[in-house]
Design a protein around this ligand. Structure first.
Ligand code: AVJ
Length: 313
């Protein structure tokens, strides 16, 4: 029942990584946070007391699953963007009853196992797993039927894009085969203390997650980053409405890689991730600019997180 398609293509682009490291200020795409260990560390993050998004979204799906299914309808092709362990989609399947589940993720091995489990649990549903990086936009694989698409983009992963890029990404999704629907999780603006704790937890799991990116880079570009020489930092920039996660150099040091090197002075920050936070009205306006009509949204009591249903006009 499971159809697996490998569109992962050439893995990481060393040239792109090096260009970012040589830029001022230096930066690395957050996609490099997710090697095998990084994916497991992210799963650990979702269980931390301070990291509210995953459990809040889970509670919204649990409380409003029937309402969500009533708003969207059943029998759709559920396209899971960044499926990971497929658990979030699986939570809604008994109510959404998709005819076809298309799980997309960059972590191929992890995805294949998870999708296999889903295919066994829901034998009446067609399951397709696609190993693909859709960060630069989703190129729809020709071998997959694109009728009655429901894009599922939970976890506030949209927050990794700056708002202009988020708008463009969503517009392209909507243009694949309109009319289509979108069910998306969005993290909301809140107090600095709550936001910063979520990205700098007491156990230091997020610090490990961030620092592990350096080990990933060491393998990808033959770099010699010493994890002990960098410190995790996550601050909320309220003006830009985003968490800024970076790795700060603990000393003056030289870092080398295949064909290049760079000096990091003590206090220099290597930017690893932005995580944008929205006000409800601002996200609705963004959806509209991206060519979607806002249908309905569901939030937790404390307005920490929201799940939106929108459809292309
Ligand atoms: C997977 C992008 C939603 O921004 O909250 C968690 C990743 N980074 N802790 C987020 C993340 C640090 C996460 N997203």
């Amino acid at each position: 029942m499971l159809n697996f398609i490998d569109h992962s293509g050439p893995q990481a682009s060393a040239a792109e990584i090096i260009q970012g490291l040589e830029a001022n200020p230096p930066q690395v795409s957050p996609r490099y946070l997710y090697d095998a260990l990084g994916s497991q560390l992210f799963t650990a993050i979702t269980e931390l007391p301070e990291y509210y998004p995953t459990r809040t979204e889970h509670a919204i799906f649990a409380g409003y699953g029937a309402a969500i299914a009533a708003s969207i309808g059943t029998g759709r092709t559920l396209v899971d963007l960044g499926a990971g362990d497929c658990a979030k989609a699986a939570q809604l399947m008994p109510q959404l009853i998709p005819s076809h589940y298309v799980a997309i993720d960059i972590a191929a091995d992890y995805l294949r196992k998870a999708a296999h489990g889903i295919a066994q649990r829901f034998p009446a549903m067609q399951v397709t797993a696609i190993a693909m990086d859709f960060f630069e936009g989703l190129d729809w694989p020709e071998e997959i039927d694109k009728s009655r698409l429901l894009f599922f983009y939970p976890g506030s992963s949209i927050g990794n894009f700056p708002p202009k890029d988020a708008e463009q990404f969503l517009r392209k999704l909507g243009q694949i085969n309109p009319p289509s629907d979108l069910l998306i999780g969005v993290d909301l603006v809140k107090s600095t203390a709550v936001l910063e704790a979520a990205y700098d937890d007491a156990l230091g799991v997020t610090a490990c997650f961030n620092l592990n990116l350096l080990l990933h880079l060491n393998r990808l570009i033959g770099a010699d980053f010493n994890v002990r020489n960098f410190q995790h930092r996550a601050i909320f920039n309220r003006e830009a409405s985003r968490i800024e996660m970076s790795l700060v150099s603990r000393s003056n040091q030289q870092v080398r890689w295949n064909g290049g090197e760079r000096h990091f002075a003590q206090g220099d920050a290597l930017l690893t991730e932005y995580s944008y936070k929205y006000r409800k009205e601002d996200f609705q306006a963004l959806l509209q600019r991206a060519g979607f009509e806002f249908v309905q949204c569901w939030q937790d009591e404390d307005n920490n997180f929201m799940v939106c249903h929108a459809r292309t006009i």
